[in-house]
Design a protein around this ligand. Structure first.
Ligand code: GLC
Length: 708
């Protein structure tokens, strides 16, 4: 398809229509019957509706075929619709939430999640997913940390890139999904962790931290970028020229399609910037917004603005061409129904291979926070399983949009299937949920498993909290079980860091996030020792609310705390809390005892063009095989600007048999020593660097080198 020739044939109405994205509702309704409702309120008519360029959300191949067919019957130039949707961590087969995927410290888990998602969503007729969410996050009060890959720009970048590749790499059967990375930009920096709230960060922080995930997703080939709800420098991202032109197009070199978030162009009015819908339309196109999702500023006003010369038609043509180019790349002009396949849809959804993959991935995402040896439950005879999620099947978490929920197994069922003797398996929020007969069973059980945390409705979009502590009822239940003197294993289902200090007496704490369709199987396998937990925290877990935001790569201060046990009077500290978090970023235990030793560097002085090879030995002292992640932290003690005390720059996960020792190597290049300045340029500083490697953030081997 020659999209330039096609553009020449398009009327102004048809060009403007390509920039609009609506829900399929508008095309499935009998429009003439629409006496009131959104079509009337939005002043839409049939000509406008059947000129739109893309659809937000479709739930099956049948619906996609119906909508596309109906649309093409009325489309003069038969320009096919593009179907987009939120496939965030799986389509029907649900994988762990992104924060849980990041906890695997294995980007292959993200790639596999995206690969399977592409198989299931593409045969249902979807062409583009609004994923990966690449917002860097440091504030667990924000509900959407569940959708992110955490606080480390390096971990986040690796996972965002892997997800894009997983979606977009064509599979033998032709399955693929275009990736639209979001939310551009710095949505995760919402003040006080309140969703949709003001973001007020410097250009230095933007370029040096918050852009990292989008940058890597774009490098990996993401075809779309979605603008964020928030402002940057006082201007809504959706109409922000600096972000959409200077940063996205010029600095990051993005050439694909930009799309607003849900009605975020319309919301530039509520931000107090756009005067009205007409002004919003003018500002959006001028700033470089291609597609308007779920509002009608473009559909209602752009044609008149262009006709009146208030907006250049050349700008409109550029946007239309980017959209047509995406449709051509997807092969939609050759086959408007690309992907949608009823037979494959029937075969692929929840395919056993997909479920097996989801279980394998889930097993890498669990994080063992504490364990005094009570886990694994290898010789335990009797168990009691209580807490709000003991018999729950809804383990898929937020944004498991089309995921099947009732097919999920509950932990109670999975443990019973594994042959465990459950004296009691009963869901309940607090102590009163259990009667005297229950407590007799609990007293008789050798180990009590409390499955606590947050419901999926407490995590995700518009789910911010001022208190990330466990609900009082759950703490009361935990306290009651402790009073009984029982061995307690706490399981956590949650989409954000929680305040876990009250659980200090637990014999074990296992972080399970929202692990998806095979959550129960993965948790049971871990409790029983078939799976050796290997996850690490992708976000810092604070001691208390007052420490937030707290993250691993904080900058130095002029008065650093020298000794946390004996703080100096005039040092950076609190009077009422230690500085250190309860669990640091990258904390995570194993059932095996791993040791890192014998760090060696190929050289200690290097020029900017040379490479530095580092090797460290990892030994698994057993008792069982398992995976361990080697962490590499860099410290740049003197630079143009203050640099983090230390920041994760590399990581590598390895599998070792019990008794095995492996040499794990890394190559440091100049790129690893650079950082961004506020103007978006890269910088580095000759001089001394400290490098620290190890398996735990609190047990690192250190070495120095000098960049000449
Ligand atoms: C939502 C979210 C965004 C999602 C979009 C479409 O409000 O902010 O992440 O992709 O709308 O559902």
């Amino acid at each position: 398809m020659n999209i330039h020739e096609l553009l020449k044939q398009m009327t102004l109405t048809e060009k403007v229509g390509q920039l609009a994205q609506l829900s399929p509702f508008f095309l499935l309704q009998e429009l003439e019957k629409e006496a009131a409702g959104p079509i009337r309120e939005l002043d839409l008519n049939e000509q406008k509706i059947f000129s739109i360029g893309s659809i937000l959300g479709i739930g099956s191949a049948e619906d996609m075929i119906k909508v596309q067919t109906r649309y093409l019957e009325k489309s003069r130039l038969r320009i096919p619709l593009l179907f987009m949707g939120d496939i965030i961590h799986g389509y029907k087969t649900i994988f762990p939430v992104p924060l849980g995927l990041a906890a695997s410290f294995n980007p292959e888990c993200a790639r596999e999640t995206a690969r399977v998602s592409a198989r299931e969503a593409s045969v249902a007729g979807l062409h583009m997913t609004f994923s990966p969410m690449a917002d860097l996050v440091r504030d667990p009060r924000w509900g959407r940390v569940v959708e992110s890959f955490g606080e480390s720009k390096h971990l986040l970048g690796a996972f965002a890139a892997a997800m894009v590749e997983g979606y977009q790499t064509p599979q033998p059967e032709g399955y693929r999904l275009s990736a639209c990375v979001k939310h551009f930009a710095a949505y995760g920096a919402a003040e006080a962790g309140m969703d949709y709230n003001t973001v007020d960060i410097s250009r230095l922080s933007l370029h040096n931290h918050y852009l990292a995930g989008y940058r890597e997703a774009i490098r990996a080939g993401a075809k779309g970028v979605m603008t964020a709800f928030n402002v940057f420098e006082g201007l809504p991202c959706t109409i922000n020229d600096y972000l959409l032109k200077d940063v996205l197009r010029d600095n990051l070199g993005f050439t694909g399609v930009t799309i607003s978030d849900y009605a975020s162009l319309f919301e530039t009015i509520s931000h107090g910037v756009a005067l009205d819908l007409k002004d919003a339309a003018r500002r959006g196109l001028s700033a470089g917004l291609d597609i308007e999702m779920a509002s009608v500023a473009y559909l209602t006003h752009l044609e008149k603005l262009v006709a009146a010369g208030e907006v250049s038609e050349a700008l409109l043509d550029d946007a239309v061409l980017r959209i047509l180019r995406l449709k051509a790349e997807l092969g939609l002009f050759d086959n408007p129904f690309r992907g949608a396949d009823l037979a494959r849809q029937a075969k692929l959804m929840l395919h056993p291979d997909h479920l097996a993959s989801a279980e394998t991935v889930a097993k890498e995402c669990l994080v063992l926070l504490e364990n005094n040896g009570v886990l694994p439950l290898v010789n335990t005879t009797t168990l009691a399983l209580i807490g709000p999620f003991a018999t729950a099947k809804r383990t898929s978490g937020p944004w498991s949009w089309h995921g099947y929920r009732d097919e999920n197994t509950s932990l109670a069922e999975a443990l019973a299937r594994a042959g465990c003797h459950l004296l009691l398996a009963k869901s309940g929020e607090g102590p009163e949920a259990y009667d005297e007969a229950d407590y007799r069973q609990i007293r008789d059980a050798e180990v009590v498993i409390l499955y606590l945390g947050e419901a999926a409705t407490r995590s995700g979009e518009a789910r911010s909290l001022t208190d990330i502590g466990l609900p009082h009822e759950q703490l009361a239940l935990y306290g009651k079980i402790r009073e009984l003197g029982k061995k307690t294993v706490v399981l956590l289902q949650n989409g954000r860091p929680l305040l876990l200090a009250p659980l200090a007496q637990a014999d074990a704490i296992l972080e399970t996030w929202f692990l998806g369709s095979r959550a129960a199987e993965a948790i049971a396998a871990t409790l029983l020792g078939e799976n050796n937990p290997s996850g690490k925290l992708p976000m810092t877990f604070p001691r208390n609310m007052g420490q937030i935001p707290i993250y691993h790569d904080r900058l130095r201060t002029g008065r650093p705390l020298k000794n946390e046990d004996r703080p100096g009077e005039f040092e950076a500290k609190y009077l009422d809390s230690r500085n250190s978090p309860l669990y640091p970023f990258a904390h995570g235990k194993s059932y095996s005892r791993f040791e890192s030793h014998d760090l060696s560097l190929s050289k200690h002085r290097l020029t900017s063009g040379e490479l530095l090879e580092m090797t460290i030995n990892i030994t698994n002292h057993g008792p069982r095989s398992g995976m361990a992640t080697v962490l590499v932290y860099l410290s740049d003690p003197q630079a143009k600007i203050s640099r983090p005390v230390q920041e994760l720059i590399k990581f590598k996960k390895v599998h070792l048999e019990a008794g095995e020792t492996q040499a794990v190597s890394f190559t440091i290049t100049l790129a690893d020593l650079t950082y961004h300045l506020g103007d978006g340029t890269l910088s580095y500083d000759p001089g001394k660097f400290t490098i620290r490697l190890g398996l735990s953030p609190t047990d690192l081997k250190e070495a120095e080198f000098t960049l000449l």
